[in-house]
Design a protein around this ligand. Sequence first.
Ligand SMILES: [Zn+2]
Length: 228
Amino acid sequence: MDGAHWDGLRSLLPAYRQITNVAVKDGATTAFWEDNWTGDAPLCTTFPVLYSHVAKRGASVQAVAKHGLASSLVPRLSTQARTELLSAQNMLSACIQCKANLKKKNILDSDVCELCKCSAETVSHLISGCSIAQSFWRHIGWDPLRIPPAADLWQIEAQADAPSRSPPTMILLCCWNLWLHRHDVVFRRRDPSLRQLFSCREAAELWRWRLPPAQRSDVEYWRTRFVM
Ligand SMILES: [Zn+2]
């Protein structure tokens, strides 16, 4: 599987490696879907529809960490599977190495968000609480206060006049861009930039081909929103 969309998702959760280091050593002998390594239940049980779209069952945590969750799936996902994918990404995001999680592990002394400098950097904060994220949502006509917390993001409902079928995919795109933007600020010392966040306009075009044919025209809506 290739394409910028999947390249993006491949590194969507860079924390995978840290997760595997902490929880399952190097993950080489732990089955990503079938073993209970996340704490609650095997992922194949938690996300049964998504599991039915797995291209290679029995893949190790290490292999999925290396290539990305989405790249372990068949190219065309059903609507339910895409919803479960978003949910799975979000569940794993609780382990993302945002500053709040790192502080809990005593790896960092401070968890203050480097974008707004005034709140703890949790995943939910990055998605909808941070001032620049809120500007992003408002700019596309969405109320950031109606964006669910990260763990419940799969329950997001379309706002404004957005097409009702494709939000899980497009919200994943928005979150991915917010995460990339955060990396630019934290690791590349760039200034927070709303303009940079709207580079997802080009990505939306690439993601079009991962939507079912009947939903591809929805991308036009999102392209008209992702402009400064
Ligand atoms: Zn912030």
